[in-house]
Design a binder for this molecule. Sequence first.
Ligand code: GDP
Ligand code: MG
Length: 362
Amino acid sequence: MVQRAILIGINKVNEDKKKSEDSLEELALLSKTAGAANVNMVLKTVKKIDPAYYLSKGMLEDIKELILQNGADLVIIDINLSPAQERNMSEYVGVNVIDRTRLILDIFATHARTAESKHQVELAMLNYILPRLKGSGIMLSRTGAGIGTRGPGETKLETDRRKVRQRIAYIKDKLKLAEKTRGLHRFTRKKQGLPTATLVGYTNSGKTTMFSALTRKGENGENKLFATLGTKMAGVYDKDSKRKVIISDTVGFIQNLPLFLVESFKATLEEVVHSDVLIHVIDPFQNDALSKSEEVIKILDSIGAGEKKTIVVLNKIDLLTNERVRFLQTKLEQLTGNDVIPVSAKTGDNINMLKEKIFNNV
Ligand code: GDP
Ligand code: MG
């Protein structure tokens, strides 16, 4: 069931309006990534924060009206709410209200793949929801599963406080154990697996579109060999060399990632460390595209993937003039020290060149 979400941006007095608008735009992308349909989006100017509800009663009434008009069953607020505010708002408007952090955690949960990264994300989620649970917890009891209430791998998050605490202790133990045996596992994975190329880059840069373009079933139907891999991984087969490579999609980098979520985010990138080559996707239309790509490189460095072979891809060239493509290509080559391949994931332009480059690097 696709949830119908209303997105509420927040602009505080004295806060740059453009910044709040950009943040709301990003929230909309994140909401889509989480699988919701965005049915309405409004920016609210907040002069005075209500400690119990965050927004004024008047604004909450407006939101209630929007929920009715749009048949919405979820409200996502582009700010971090206190546990009480989240609960009070949900109660007031009659559907689940979740904040930015909970949305991000939900996305991380659906993207965590290995047992260890699932545990890391679940731990962050449980720590986040624990103070939000009171008694039966209105928001979780009413609607059951949905965005913000799912644990990793579509499991339902535990909502009984006592059990949450037990689960936290259990996961902490597991993680400690995993740390001890980690070296061993990496070794076996590496030996058995096919070569892997992993897509990295900011949200909306076009990773998922590129993933589809690269792994689209060829006329020989060979990609059904990989049918069991799921939606975030798929194989490409090279007819000439008869070789196979697994392409892996990742959760995107997020512009306004709260600091305490950085570790969970890195956990979702765990696959990156195991992969043979990285495909760094750059969206020329993102604000500060160049400094964003530096940010990507820094984070990759910090998870121990700084030395990996990287293919840098300038995406969305169908929307650029040739002159602009050449300019950005040169800039990015200087910045990353790598060749830059200009492509359009959407039209398929140069995708074969990218494929060739991948096969040459694994
Ligand atoms: P992700 O967040 O990195 O996975 O990005 P998506 O693959 O979901 O793409 C984000 C948006 O950019 C979507 O609206 C895509 O249709 C669009 N997009 C992706 N690649 C291209 C491209 O090469 N050209 C154009 N014009 N749009 C693209
Ligand atoms: Mg994506």
